[in-house]
Design a protein around this ligand. Structure first.
Ligand code: NAP
Length: 243
């Protein structure tokens, strides 16, 4: 039985990726998560809905138990969680050093970096197999150190750069037991979602993707990813991003 697990199925890109997973007909089960799964409206019999807050260890434990109850191995795991700005928590991307605040930095790292990898750690027993396995974490081009010429967005950039290091580490670790495993970060392009909404005025219309276009492109990257690409961050157009 082939099983996909997509975290953050409530988000712009996450929701569109679930559509791709269903349309591909590659999976018998598509497990989807959101902090509030009641917002997930799919009625497809392959869909299993699970509550998951990546900032809460108890929630991770409960979600792991729910996933283990319906699958003994996973073939595709995608995490889409990301935060750049959250008005309710007073979080906005920092423009300069003196904008840094401990609580904001901590939350951005919790969601973008700690959460996805603690989730993979909880799922470890379901990832220990030698069949097809792809783990894809939504990253961002701005997490590239080599590509950073503008500065700013300190916490977001740093959390994605740290996430990318964990991607490479996990790829090396899994390669020892499963030579077929692929662990990648994904850059979706600039996509018209809640996350990018406040920052879209500077984006040319032809550079702002719909979630559906981005997800279709990312799905093609995921579906064709090879073990030689493991550890890399790959953009929507299948180009590797410099670390
Ligand atoms: N949009 C862009 O232009 C763009 C560009 C580069 C990279 N990205 C990356 O792409 C990914 C998806 O972003 P998006 O554009 O689809 O944004 P979005 O629509 O705002 O979705 C963000 C997702 O993050 C999840 N999330 C936030 N806090 C969470 C937590 N504590 N636990 C679990 N999930 C949590 C949300 O889940 P709930 O609904 O359950 O809260 C939601 O599914 C992010 O990692 C983002 O950094 C986006």
């Amino acid at each position: 039985m082939a099983v996909a697990l997509i975290q953050g199925a409530s988000g712009g890109i996450g929701k569109a990726l679930v559509q791709e997973a269903l349309a591909s007909n590659r999976f018998d089960q598509v497990i989807v998560t959101a902090r509030d799964p009641s917002v997930l409206s799919w009625s497809d019999p392959r869909i299993v809905k699970v509550a998951l807050d990546l900032c809460d260890d108890d929630s991770i434990e409960r979600a792991q138990a729910s996933v283990s109850a319906c699958a003994d191995r996973l073939n595709l795991v995608v995490t889409t969680a990301g935060v750049l700005r959250d008005e309710s928590l007073g979080i906005a991307p920092e423009k300069k050093l003196t904008d840094l605040r401990r609580a904001s930095m901590r939350h951005v790292f919790e969601v973008n970096c700690f959460g996805p990898f603690l989730w993979y750690a909880a799922l470890a027993p379901l990832l220990r197999h030698r069949e097809t396995l792809c783990i894809a974490t939504l990253s961002a081009r701005v997490g590239s150190i080599g590509d950073n010429r503008l500065g700013g967005w300190h916490s977001y950039r740093a959390s994605k750069a740290a996430q990318n290091m964990l991607t490479q580490n996990l790829s090396l670790e899994l390669r020892r037991t499963n030579p077929n495993a692929v662990v990648i970060g994904l850059h979706p392009g600039t996509v018209d979602t809640a996350l990018s909404k406040p920052f879209q005025s500077a984006v040319a219309a032809d550079k702002l993707f719909t979630p559906e276009f981005s997800a279709k492109s990312l799905w093609s990257v995921i579906s064709s990813a090879q073990p030689e690409q493991s550890g890399k961050v790959i953009a929507w157009d299948n180009q590797a991003i410099v670390p």
